[in-house]
Design a protein around this ligand. Structure first.
Ligand code: SF4
Length: 397
């Protein structure tokens, strides 16, 4: 059984050692160092830290909250004048801090407005973030990454094919949010919700994710509100327990993708180590504590997990729970790690699957397929770009 280290923090290696088959561990080598941009990024700072810095410079600590509020709202505080702030302070800020440690390496815009960004971090590694237009013309949702690559090895996922490189810092997560907010603003939309469903397993980078979540939800900074934030996991039970204990009023999504352990283990290596029953028990505790339904994510794969029997098993599993089911359309990503060419379920099969769930009074929705004309699946754009194929538009953020 995994235990947090004495400081209460999660170690990716210790946790993976407790749940992963040995073949996946090599992905971890030379991976967990944080990036080292030449100047510290403003996005890495919270108001208290910046206030201490200002005091050390002989400036008013109370300016820190104003500076960060302006920075989070899109004001280029470091590169343009800011009303009411001493010139000396702004000069020092511009000299000693960078407005961003990330640059835009590639950008794709789909016909439906879905925009995928590939951000190059301070150490040259890249991560993906996605802006998804909402049904409402003035709203958008963002999908952000928590790690560079991923060690989870989900067999149908493009991200995991390049393995795990390192955890993102809280600042790098915040920078994705700010980049997506700028993208949304440029097309007249407000970034209304954020989901941690991009590259990586958020609960294996819990400290940074929680720090970033607190900043995004802080009225004085990101201003999203707790309920506008969803953290998704493939079922890291100690992480779900820690998230529950953190007491944040956010949403939890669990990527189940199968109703039984045998099917799940074929799709997710960690499914061999963590039974579905344990994952759902942890999700039950989160739901009881937070008082709102956990979302179960289920990606329908033709001939793999989409039969009527699979639907009946899923209905039995969730029957007494108040959880919501998100049925996902699969975006093919070529041959998987195990050499399987997964295909999406047909419309008829998917509808029949949903009908079984609804007959049993379960709440099941299809999540809209986004950006089918771009590299929409998680990790696709990064793989294409790193393999030398032509990227879209590059430039500074
Ligand atoms: S689906 Fe998510 S958790 Fe699974 S390998 Fe891909 S990025 Fe990692």
């Amino acid at each position: 059984m995994f235990r947090p280290n004495p400081a209460g923090a999660f170690s990716v290696r210790a946790l993976l050692g407790s749940i992963m088959p040995s073949g996946v561990m090599p992905h971890l080598e030379a991976t967990v160092a944080a990036s080292t941009p030449s100047l510290p990024a403003l996005a890495d700072l919270d108001p208290a830290t910046l206030a201490r810095q200002f005091a050390a410079w002989g400036c008013k600590p109370s300016h820190a909250a104003r500076v960060l509020r302006a920075f989070y709202s899109g004001n280029e505080i470091v590169s343009s004048p800011a009303r009411g702030l001493p010139q000396e302070l702004l000069t020092r800020l511009r000299t000693e801090f960078s407005p961003s440690s990330a640059t835009l390496a590639a950008r794709q815009v789909a016909a439906d407005g879905t925009t995928k960004l590939l951000l190059r971090l301070g150490d040259g590694r890249t991560v993906e973030s996605v802006l998804m237009p909402d049904f409402r013309a003035d709203r958008a949702a963002g999908c952000i990454s928590s790690q560079v690559g991923c060690a989870m090895g989900c067999d149908f996922c493009a991200t995991t094919k390049t393995g795990f490189e390192r955890n993102l810092t809280a600042g790098e997560i915040v920078e994705q949010f700010l980049a997506l907010r700028r993208e949304a603003s440029a097309v007249g939309r407000k970034l209304q919700t954020v989901v941690f469903m991009g590259m990586g397993e958020p609960l294996l980078n819990l400290d940074a994710v929680l720090t970033a979540v607190r900043r995004l939800a802080d009225n004085a900074l990101g201003g999203l509100g707790w309920r506008q934030i969803t953290v998704s996991t493939v079922g890291i039970v100690p992480g779900i327990e820690a998230l529950t204990a953190a007491g944040l009023n956010i949403h939890l999504a669990v990527s189940l993708h199968a109703p039984d352990d045998a099917t799940r283990a074929r799709l997710l290596p960690m499914g061999k180590r963590i039974p579905i029953a344990d994952i759902l028990a942890a999700a039950d505790r989160f739901q009881a504590r937070r008082g709102r339904p956990v979302t179960i994510q289920y990606c329908l794969l033709a001939g793999v997990n989409d039969s009527q029997e699979h639907a009946r098993l899923l209905a039995e599993l969730l029957g007494s729970r108040r959880m919501h089911i998100n049925l996902l359309r699969y975006n093919p990503t070529g041959l998987s790690l195990r050499g399987v060419a997964y295909e999406p379920s047909s419309d008829a099969t998917a509808e029949a699957f949903a009908a079984v769930l609804r007959e049993r009074k379960l709440v099941a929705h299809f999540r809209r397929s986004r950006g089918p004309d771009i590299d929409a699946a998680c990790g696709q754009l990064r793989r294409r770009t790193s393999s030398g194929a032509r990227a879209a538009v590059g430039g500074d953020l």
